[in-house]
Design a protein around this ligand. Structure first.
Ligand SMILES: NC(=O)C1=CN([C@@H]2O[C@H](COP(=O)(O)OP(=O)(O)OC[C@H]3O[C@@H](n4cnc5c(N)ncnc54)[C@H](OP(=O)(O)O)[C@@H]3O)[C@@H](O)[C@H]2O)[C@@H](O)CC1
Ligand SMILES: Nc1ncnc2c1ncn2[C@@H]1O[C@H](COP(=O)(O)OP(=O)(O)O)[C@@H](O)[C@H]1O
Ligand SMILES: [K+]
Length: 502
């Protein structure tokens, strides 16, 4: 799990300090960092062309001085420009500057523009983890000039102007940040490398070892992770010799009326493919015929009202339920959701199940807090806004964390950078989902996969994380032209690969 830890800039600073306190001089870490930066710079522009290293007033600039020195030592033409006078440098950055062996030039924005002419790579060593406020004045003008030049940029640690914790440009809409082709960070990625727009601004990110002590992580106790098998593979269930289908759980999908019945079918098919031993699609009588003509291994049931749902869920073998996709809105729908909330089964609430509570969210959250079984909610941003309007201004990680805490559910806040947050404070960011997944019905498939993992008795946070990853991997397997129906068969290939490697 610690392999996939993400560190906020403050946690990274702590990891630096722990390492330095254990006897490793900070300048050694910086020299290692700068050496990697130089190596990647050579990777980006080969042996030809001039490199411009733009250095800020802190240790990020220090990495830039080391990189400049390494590049010059291999015969590369290098220019170093400074945002602040060299005399104001302190600590390791001052040591790195003194060891560089040549002078950096304190320049104006116009001077920087002149230096940019004809160079083949810019190393952005203006600000990294120490960025404390939006860029303004000369710093902002430097960043704009670099972006406008169109020259490829390698950012040190983070594109300058980007908040490494939130993935947002410092200053929001009015702020500015470097748009890098590649970035190189140290020890562990930061959330901002994966959260949009950070992920776009960083380009490809390499994370390199600079000698930070691994055991610093146990002292720091990170709570944010990048999603992948490292987070949940020990929870992934492989059918056992001698087992039977009930060992794999019985998922119940509550589908909607005929005109929106496709959503329930997609979810039911996905739940079966993702490993639930049995899947029953429960629908109002009007949809039974439509479902029956299209489904074979999925079992069907017709239930009219909330009373029928309560009766049905008395069977303890029905251990996970999903309601929401194509379900419909109104008093009857709300009563059905409340009936399911009263049961003990593990529960996924998606789409209409969330929208149905937009005017009484606390009623929903109270019911979730009261029940014994776990709940996973899978809103996209629009659904999230209906339940948590006051959280909309927050950065995505914080939004998901606060919503999980308030609701008592594991929260899957969907999008290109889906965040899964647990009420206990843990969160993962997903990065394997291709944009081809932005298509009608894709979320219904995801909800079905989550339900399958819950049916297999995977804990809610790991179930949700596993499902989001499998969904993304299925999307990548299908690729261009993907429609939601393609995801279900693709899951078979994804699971085969997963079982093969685990
Ligand atoms: N030994 C180590 O610790 C290692 C560290 N490493 C490297 O160090 C980096 C972190 O270094 P750092 O903490 O010095 O912060 P950094 O990003 O250089 O910026 C701080 C400076 O910028 C200033 N400033 C901030 N915001 C500003 C703004 N908007 N506009 C203008 N100024 C602004 C701020 O001034 P102040 O806020 O006090 O006014 C301060 O002077 C990290 O990303 C990694 O690259 C690696 O070498 C590995 C070993
Ligand atoms: N740009 C994107 N890149 C990757 N995944 C995306 C992107 N946009 C949406 N997705 C994913 O596609 C799915 C869409 O779900 P949702 O909005 O509920 O669609 P629907 O209601 O049509 O099923 C979610 O899993 C979401 O994370
Ligand atoms: K930088």
């Amino acid at each position: 799990m610690m392999k996939s830890a993400l560190l906020t800039p403050a946690e990274m600073k702590r990891a630096d300090e722990i390492t330095i306190d254990s006897g490793v001089p900070g300048i050694d870490l910086m020299e290692c960092a700068g050496d990697h930066v130089a190596r990647l710079a050579r990777d980006m522009c080969g042996t030809e062309g001039r490199v411009l290293v733009v250095c800020g007033p802190g240790n990020n600039g220090g990495d830039g001085f080391v990189a400049a020195q390494c590049l010059q030592a291999t015969g590369r033409q290098v220019d170093v420009v400074l945002l602040k006078e060299a005399s104001s440098l302190t600590g390791d950055a001052a040591i790195a500057y003194s060891r560089m062996g040549f002078e950096g030039e304190l320049t104006t924005t116009e001077g920087l523009r002149q230096k940019l002419l004809g160079c083949s790579l810019v190393i952005d060593a203006l600000f990294g983890a120490g960025l404390s406020r939006p860029l303004q004045g000369e710093a902002e003008a430097f960043v704009s000039a670099i972006n406008e030049s169109g020259i490829p940029v390698l950012s040190v640690d983070l594109p300058s102007g980007l908040n490494g914790e939130t993935g947002q440009v410092m200053g929001g809409e009015g702020g500015c940040a470097i748009r890098a082709e590649r970035s190189v960070t140290f020890f562990r990625h930061k959330p901002g490398h994966y959260l949009i727009p950070g992920r776009v601004l960083c380009g490809r990110v390499d994370c390199v070892d600079i000698g930070i002590r691994e055991n610093a992580l146990s002292e720091i106790g990170p709570t944010t992770f990048i999603n992948g098998p490292d987070v949940w593979s020990s929870f992934f269930r492989v059918p056992q010799l001698g087992g039977h289908k009930y060992d794999r759980g019985h998922a119940v999908i509550f589908g909607g009326p005929m005109m929106t019945s496709g959503a329930g079918r997609l979810a039911a098919g996905a739940a079966l493919r993702a490993g639930a031993g049995l899947v029953t699609l429960v629908s109002p009588p009007s949809a039974v015929m439509a479902n029956a003509t299209q489904l074979t291994a999925v079992m069907l049931k017709s239930v009219k009202e909330a009373g029928g749902i309560l009766e049905l869920l008395k069977d303890p073998r029905l251990n996970a339920a999903l309601i929401g996709p194509g379900y419909g809105l109104g008093d009857n729908a709300r009563a059905a959701i409340q009936a399911i909330l009263e049961s003990d089964c593990a529960l996924v609430l998606d789409a209409d199940a969330l929208t149905n509570f937009q005017h009484q969210p606390t009623e929903l959250f109270d019911a979730i807090h009261k029940r014994a079984g776990p709940v996973v909610m899978t809103p996209h941003d629009g659904e999230f806004a209906r339940l948590f309007p006051d959280l909309m201004g927050l950065p995505k990680l914080e939004k998901a964390r606060q919503a999980a805490l308030r609701s008592g559910a594991v929260l899957v806040l969907k999008g290109a950078d889906t965040v899964i947050a647990s009420p206990d404070g843990r969160a993962v960011i997903n990065e394997n989902a291709p944009a081809w997944l932005a298509t009608a019905g894709s979320g219904d498939v995801l909800a079905g996969i989550v339900c399958a993992a819950l049916a297999q008795k995977v804990s809610a946070f790991e179930a949700a994380s596993m499902a989001v990853w499998l969904h993304g991997a299925a999307g990548a397997e299908v690729g261009p032209g993907l429609i939601a129906e393609d995801l279900v068969p693709a899951l078979r290939l994804v699971i085969a690969k997963l079982v093969g490697i685990s």
